[in-house]
Ligand binder design. Sequence first.
Ligand code: ZN
Length: 243
Amino acid sequence: MFATDWHTQYNLPYRFKTKFRRKLTTFQKKNPEITPFTITEKNLASNWWGKAWNANLKNYTFNNTRLEKGKLYFRCEALADFKINSNNIEAIVLGSKVQPYNVQITIEPISETLWTKFQKLYDGHLEAFEKIIDNQFPKEMADIFTNKPIGLFPSKTQITFECSCPDRANLCKHTAVALYALGAKIDNDPKLLFKLRGVNILEFISKSIHAEREIILKKAKKKNPKILKNTNLSEIFNIEIAQ
Ligand SMILES: [Zn+2]
């Protein structure tokens, strides 16, 4: 018994978790509309793209201590509320004071020119897109996320952080909590990052289907120019292809 008491008393995550739970109960009574972020997995992210997002956070700060503290807070359920809008994230994070802190993260949309480059790179990779729809992100398309500086992961100048805490650092531990929460969300649904960068994933896929159609038609016409002169893919495969 003595050993257990000693362990729980000096176990930092346990103490933080207990403290945050107490604070959350009080805060929630006054703010019933909030949706606390509960941690269900032991790991912060289990897929390669979620892990890549978390590793990418080092590019936003020189101070890894705040990132580490944020990771600990996140694991100890310090996130009282988390909302993702079109290109910004609003979070309420519990901290050392009674009143929680408000965090805002804003991400710039990716430019159309850069996006067109990606479109060309992945035109015709329909199998890969099928995986994306299933919330799996093929490793062979890793460039879409991680390519610097044109991937979907925002560069240091394409993302801004604000927090109501007194820490003047660009990325405080409360902001880090929200960034790890975003990593967990992206880990579950990689399409989310497309949305945050202002890219319509369905449009991206649709353009790729058209490109694939052109490739198949060209090949088919080369092999048999007479038969395929006035036909289209919808007729050949008996499927509806959006124009
Ligand atoms: Zn802060």
